[in-house]
Design a protein around this ligand. Sequence first.
Ligand SMILES: Cc1cc2nc3c(=O)[nH]c(=O)nc-3n(C[C@H](O)[C@H](O)[C@H](O)COP(=O)(O)O)c2cc1C
Length: 314
Amino acid sequence: MEQPSEFAFASAPEGIGESIWEEEQLPELLETAAGADSDTALEFRRTLGMFATGVTVITTLADEQVHGMTANAFMSVSLQPPLIVISVDRRARMNNLLREEVRFGVSVLEERQSVLSDRFAGRGGDGPEPAFELVHETPLVEGALAHLVARIVRSYWGGDHSLFLGRVEYVRYGEGTPLLFHGGGYGRVVGNPRVFSSLPPELLQPILEVGVERVYEADEAIMRVGEPGDSMALVVEGSATIERGGRKVPVAPGELVGEIAVLDGGPRTATVVADGRTRVLEIGRDELMRALEADPKAATALIAVLASRFRESS
Ligand SMILES: Cc1cc2nc3c(=O)[nH]c(=O)nc-3n(C[C@H](O)[C@H](O)[C@H](O)COP(=O)(O)O)c2cc1C
């Protein structure tokens, strides 16, 4: 199949950085819903910012020196063959280091690595010196959630950015949750939020005392997505699995499930299934509310826990 001409001419190494847009100033084609007087560039940025992404550090080795650059314009392209693409600002130093045949690393940052993200975006050098590990002669940021090494097979112009298509040579991932980027700021995934379990034992104990014991058999649902949050449950013996949007999170004895829905009685966002015979303590919403009314200290402590969750994700 013949390539579109704009891709064809930019695929040679020397082609990176060439863009037909530079040749002639194009008329403004972008229409924004905010009207003719609006700042179209800003509207475009803000619109793109509504797309939440993870955050990566792109790394490469040039003259034995590691160069890293924060990037959220990272995308998977193909599983077979394994291909990924990154988009690099043509003014970035990284753009001059990447060429066809050159390898680059992608380190997917973990939720506590926003300082590293800022550092590789040239926004301050706080925090400890980042450490790198060489894999396939490519530096990777130590402690990141996932790593890929790719060799550039094609490069394309893309207006003021260059696109680098890489054939993936190495992958690895670890446990944890990724750092997110949305609307120009960092965010976190709130997968299995802990609310009541963050209370000090002396405040949690009177709440647990209003619970009623129940036993679930293997594969029996302890709670189902969409049901009203009329109770939460403490796993006492056995274990269970939280199933949310294709993700599975194990629940061990001593852990609570259904902590959020029980706060407002709203619909559950996950299904929880007993792995084998599992004994739980079920705390009904009505009994829970009465226990909180009886102990305002526990209610106040809960508000503080919720406030800290907001702080973490803002
Ligand atoms: C969260 C975040 C995402 C970014 N994503 C990209 C990106 O995808 N491509 C890019 O060229 N720059 C991106 N940047 C900006 C670069 O990290 C920044 O310009 C950096 O200083 C370039 O480094 P260099 O000139 O040393 O190569 C991003 C910055 C942040 C904070």
